[in-house]
Structures are given as structure tokens and as C-alpha cells.
Design a protein around this ligand. Structure first.
Ligand SMILES: [Mg+2]
Ligand SMILES: [Zn+2]
Length: 213
């Protein structure tokens, strides 16, 4: 993919440096696809048969791209390390997402806590991988062609998404499904999208476009 012409050089009308890259980081389950809800807690699909796009997300991603952001998915899939899910099936889901949306890349942590990796959110490894990858695609100036986290966003439905966003000074958008788990505190996010029920597709993700400008 060549970012040198389309995304960057015609970006000089806003207050961003024309050479800085901006990104919208999207959590996967609850943002790209419907989570599977059991006891008001979210679980991830184990294969494509269980995968359903959230209403409006494909169009929302397209519009985010029109606004000159990279769109990067960052997801924890610890059920692979736990032996509950098969990595090949998860990768098929990710190929499917890439085929049907304009996402630039998907970064996935397959570890569990006991692996003590650097990439399981709320750790920042997936985001640094993305920053490294997209800056190395542009040769002239490695400093100014990095993803500028200050100008970027994190969209997620769990506390860990908001905590990692805060570590990197991303602008946080919290999608509140009212899961039966500790919610992020009001200081952990910048914007909130309220929803009624994660089991129903209500087109609520289009509200992302109210915040990502
Ligand atoms: Mg999620
Ligand atoms: Zn990891």
C-alpha cells in the first residue's frame, strides 16, 4: 500500500502537519462485529459462522478513511492461548474483515495474562507495532511520518480499551453496552456512545463520525 500520495499530501487544509499520520484504532468485538453475549458479558465469535458485522460499521470505516485516517483494528483474542479457540479460525475472521472493509491492518494479541506479553491490551504493544509498520512504509522522514497518537482515536467497549488509549494519549471513544463488569470511569474516556443492548444492531457506531473529525 502506498500512502505517500493519497492520504498525506492533500491533507494540508486542516491543522495537522501534512506529513503526520493519524489513525483511528478500533477494538474488534463490539465495534467491528457483534459480541456474543452470555450473562451480560461479551464473548468473541470462534469462527465465521458466529461472525456478524455491526450495522453501519463498513460505511463508518469508509467515511473515516475519507477523513484521512488510517483505520487499524487492535484486538485481544486470549481464547487461543486458553485452547478454547483455533487460531486459524480467528485468522479467517480477520481475512474476512479485511476483504469486506477498508481497514488498513488488524493487530491481534493471542496471549493470555500468564504469557506476560507486551501486546495484550491494556498494554501498548499492538499500537507500537502499528506505528512501526506504517512509518516504515514511508521512506523520507521516519520522525514526521509516524502515527501521531495525539491526533488519533481509540474506539472500544471495555475498560482495557480506554486504559490503553490513555497510556498513549489517544482520544478515547467508549461504546457503553452496560456489560456486567467494571466500567471505565468517566475520566478514562473523552466521548461516549450509549447503547441499549449489544445483542441488537442499532447502527449506533455511526456516532463515531460525530467525534472523529
Ligand atoms: Mg470489545
Ligand atoms: Zn500478546
Amino acid at each position: 500500500m502506498d500512502l505517500s500520495s493519497s492520504n498525506i499530501s492533500n491533507n494540508s487544509n486542516n491543522n495537522t502537519s501534512p506529513l503526520s499520520l493519524r489513525a483511528v484504532f478500533l477494538d474488534r468485538d463490539g465495534v467491528i462485529n457483534l459480541p456474543i453475549i452470555k450473562n451480560n458479558l461479551p464473548f468473541s465469535p470462534g469462527n465465521l459462522n458466529e461472525f456478524i458485522f455491526c450495522d453501519g460499521i463498513v460505511e463508518t470505516i469508509r467515511e473515516i478513511k475519507n477523513r484521512n485516517y488510517l483505520v487499524i483494528v487492535v484486538t485481544n483474542q486470549p481464547d487461543v492461548a486458553r485452547g478454547i479457540k483455533v487460531k486459524d479460525e480467528i485468522e479467517k475472521i480477520h481475512q474476512y474483515i479485511k476483504k469486506h472493509t477498508l481497514v488498513d491492518e488488524i493487530y491481534c494479541c493471542y496471549h493470555d495474562n500468564k504469557d506476560n506479553c507486551d501486546c495484550r491490551k491494556p498494554k501498548v504493544g499492538l499500537f507500537l507495532q502499528a506505528q512501526q509498520h506504517f512509518s516504515s512504509q514511508r521512506s523520507q522522514c521516519s520522525q514526521c511520518s509516524q502515527i501521531n497518537f495525539n491526533e488519533s482515536y481509540m474506539v472500544g467497549d471495555r475498560k482495557s480499551d480506554m486504559l490503553v488509549g490513555r497510556k498513549l494519549f489517544l482520544k478515547n471513544i467508549f461504546i457503553n453496552y452496560n456489560y456486567h463488569e467494571p466500567a471505565p470511569s468517566i475520566t478514562d474516556y473523552d466521548y461516549i456512545i450509549e447503547t441499549t443492548n449489544a445483542n441488537t444492531n442499532t447502527n449506533h457506531l455511526k456516532q463515531i463520525l460525530n467525534f472523529v473529525i
